[in-house]
Write a protein that binds this ligand. Structure first.
Ligand code: FAD
Length: 394
């Protein structure tokens, strides 16, 4: 009897439109041709040709693909999600590059920026000629961004930024940073505002963070701002308070609901192939009941996760998706994908710890994905708040 690919068991195509399937397949071919042959080496050396890839991803049309106008494709949320799955089947670092560019940096400018901001940055960012980053997290505050210390002070018509951001994806290679800072504006929660900062502004630097054991194919850095002087027009006019960055995070979290499952799918596919070839006790590893139990359980979680992600995609395309529903997707997809990656590792035995197979790389990457864009605990608290009407954050 012939084998069926794990996700084919779920006949997911009935949830995916023709155009969405086409975009997904194009992204899959790109990952097979451009990412998979190189990724182990980029990961091992922690050196990825980000600039080159950004241009290629721009040509593919996936940077800010779910945004309308300014050279963006205006694709459906579901199409964007499916592309995230394919990119993360290559590597979470590559999907992170695209998420941060499209869902954080470009989205912030598209949603909250002035027309000049949009004209200046979005077309170049969509083409991958300009790379963006998004600075919210600081050395002393991640899950609680309201506690940020980076501040912007008025000096005449100008703004002067001081402070530092930590763990910022794309920072060392970025041309533009969207930076969130406290201002002295009055009114509850209105103090946090966003700024569009060209990275060549005097006083701005973005040193790389080294020695990561996760997301090694992604460029991560700090943002250091020492009296960075910006014109009044640098402020995102429409983003007032924490709602500004949080709406951006929701966009990226939605993409991760799809993306993380790509990493899990790649692990599972590699594992099924390995188990079919590996001989133990005189038979193929795949022919043992214990192995098949693992494969069946992992396939079930992967398919359930994909069905939830596609449901969230359909809700988003109808403009009905609520933040706590995004939390359901992000929490489930990353948590189950890590569990799948670790279980796959057991099937591969010692071979599973090497870069010859994608499993350990994905498992390590998913540790970052579990933490960024809201940790699992943060999403549990958001779901808990929706269920009980009581916030347990503080
Ligand atoms: P903390 O907030 O200190 O949390 C530590 C632990 O405490 C976690 O387990 C957390 O869940 C738990 N915790 C926190 N609050 C509560 C609570 N109320 N109740 C119970 N438990 C709680 N940030 C950006 O702004 N831009 C980026 O581009 C970016 N890229 C990143 C890339 C990588 C590779 C990584 C690792 C991180 C990135 N981040 C980025 C930062 C990321 O968003 C933060 O690390 C994340 O928000 C968690 O913050 P923290 O690390 O300070 O942990």
């Amino acid at each position: 009897m012939g084998a069926v690919a794990a996700l084919d068991l779920f006949s997911l195509n009935s949830h995916i439109g023709e155009e969405e399937a086409m975009v997904r397949d194009t992204a899959r071919q790109f990952v097979e041709r451009r990412i998979k042959p190189e990724i182990a080496d980029w990961y091992e050396r922690a050196e990825t040709p980000v600039r080159e890839l950004a241009l290629e991803l721009g040509e593919l049309g996936v940077l800010g693909m779910h945004l309308e106008g300014y050279g963006c494709a205006g694709a459906s949320a579901t199409a964007y999600g499916l592309v995230c799955t394919e990119l993360e089947a290559g590597d979470s670092g590559i999907r992170s590059l695209v998420s941060v560019q499209g869902s954080l940096a470009m989205f912030a400018i598209w949603r909250w920026g002035s027309d000049e901001h949009k004209q200046e940055w979005l077309p170049r960012m969509a083409r991958g000629e300009a790379i963006g980053c998004f600075g919210l997290t600081e050395p002393d505050c991640g899950s609680d961004p309201a506690a940020m210390r980076t501040n912007a002070r008025r000096d005449g018509d100008d703004w002067v930024l001081n402070g530092s951001k930590m763990w910022i994806t794309n920072a060392p290679v970025a041309d533009v940073a969207v930076v969130w800072a406290q201002t002295e504006e009055h009114g509850k929660g209105r103090g946090i505002r966003g700024f569009v900062v060209p990275t060549n502004t005097p006083g701005f630097s973005a040193p790389a963070i080294h020695k990561k054991m996760s997301l090694r194919a992604s460029s991560t850095g700090e943002l250091v701002m020492d009296n960075v002087r910006l014109p009044a027009s640098a402020m995102l006019p429409e983003a007032v308070g924490l709602r500004g960055p949080l709406e951006c995070l929701n966009e990226a979290r939605f993409g991760i609901s799809f993306g993380a499952l790509g990493a899990a799918r790649d692990c599972l596919e590699a594992t099924i192939e390995y188990a079919g070839q590996r001989q133990v006790f005189g038979r193929s590893l795949a022919s043992f009941q214990l192995t098949q139990t693992k494969l069946a359980d992992m396939t079930l979680e992967l398919g359930k996760g994909m069905l939830l992600a596609l449901h969230l995609g359909a809700l988003k395309d109808r403009h009905e998706l609520r933040p706590e529903q995004i939390s359901l997707g992000k929490l489930n997809s990353v948590r189950e994908s890590i569990a799948i990656a670790r279980e796959c590792r057991t099937v591969l035995g010692a071979a599973g710890i090497t870069l010859e197979f994608p499993v350990m790389r994905h498992a390590n990457n998913l540790e970052s994905v579990l933490t960024y864009e809201g940790t699992s605990e943060v999403h549990q608290l958001m779901i808990g708040q929706a269920l009980t009407g009581t916030s347990a954050f503080r």
